[in-house]
Design a protein around this ligand. Structure first.
Ligand code: FAD
Length: 259
């Protein structure tokens, strides 16, 4: 199978770098083909701006989504963005790996998403009408592919537990798992999260490495998070609210899991 790892840490000798090397070695040993987009090493341009749309006239007003859609449709996106889109098409599984910084992904990785996920590629796909809000949440360019996060956090597991002060980890990662990976169609696997990452020594690293190897070996067998697909009757059109008979009386991110 083909695996893309999008890696966002500025230091190759970091814990993240070491765990990435473990993941790559295991995937290679199991016969997979791997590409790593090492964003800092690539000097990835994080911000989406006018330079992303070289065909846009000098006097034309930049409207990011519209310009993105036009550039995608006319093949005038920049080469770095096109290369990442091709890697996504090539991949059977996509892994985003990063340290949790300020409760989310590092800015360089968010910028990868903003630039690579062009209109027509990752959003604004499929029929948009009174009866349908496009191919998204379970359908789209990543449909049939698997995706997962490898993330490290300084906080304790309890800090990210159901009543922990940081908020539940599944809630914090929901915008990435549901909003960035499931939205364009991927089957999203439970994340692999290292807590108290800064407290890692040699002995602990061996344990973590074993867990990463195991997660790489189950990449194509572990059940995905059971998110509800948009276009299979669970949501009311056009409000896109969950029908009342599902998780009656509940609200919040968890209602978007099937019972
Ligand atoms: P490193 O600093 O590279 O390493 C961590 C430890 O692992 C070190 O002790 C190192 O010696 C050891 N180690 C590394 N490689 C090996 C190896 N091969 N073998 C054995 N030991 C090894 N945390 C939160 O929980 N929530 C937040 O919102 C948050 N925001 C942050 C924002 C910023 C800007 C920063 C800088 C940190 C933040 N943190 C937060 C903490 C952050 O998540 C952790 O510092 C990070 O996940 C650690 O990962 P790393 O790869 O950078 O570790």
């Amino acid at each position: 199978m083909n695996i893309l790892i999008v890696f966002a840490h500025p230091e190759p000798r970091s814990l993240n770098g070491a765990l990435r090397d473990v993941a790559v070695a295991q995937l290679e040993a199991d016969g997979h083909a791997i590409q790593v987009s090492d964003l800092y090493a690539m000097n990835w341009k994080a911000e989406i701006d006018r330079a992303d749309f070289p065909a846009l006239g000098a006097d034309a007003r930049l409207r990011v989504a519209l310009s993105s859609g036009e550039a995608y449709a006319t093949g005038t996106l920049t080469d770095d963005v096109v290369a990442e889109q091709e890697k996504l098409r090539w991949a059977d599984a996509v892994i985003l790996q990063f340290p949790i910084w300020w409760f989310s992904m590092p800015a360089i990785l968010k910028g990868w998403v903003e630039r690579v996920y062009a209109l027509g590629f990752a959003y604004g796909v499929g029929e948009h009408s009174d009866n349908r809000w496009g191919d998204r949440y379970g359908e789209g360019v990543l449909a049939g592919k698997r995706a997962m996060l490898i993330a490290t956090a300084g906080g304790w597991p309890e800090h990210y537990g159901p009543r922990g002060i940081n908020g539940p980890i599944d809630d914090l990662l929901f915008p990435i798992n549901h909003g960035i990976l499931f939205y364009p169609g991927a089957d999203v696997l439970p994340p692999y999260v290292v807590y108290q990452a800064d407290r890692t020594n040699e002995a602990r690293f061996e344990k973590l490495a074993g867990e990463v190897r195991e997660r790489m070996q189950t990449l194509f067998t572990i059940p995905p998070i059971p998110y509800r697909k948009q276009n299979y009757g669970d949501y009311q059109i056009p409000t896109m609210t969950l029908h009342d008979e599902h998780h009656t009386g509940m609200a919040g991110f968890a209602v978007h899991h099937t019972e």
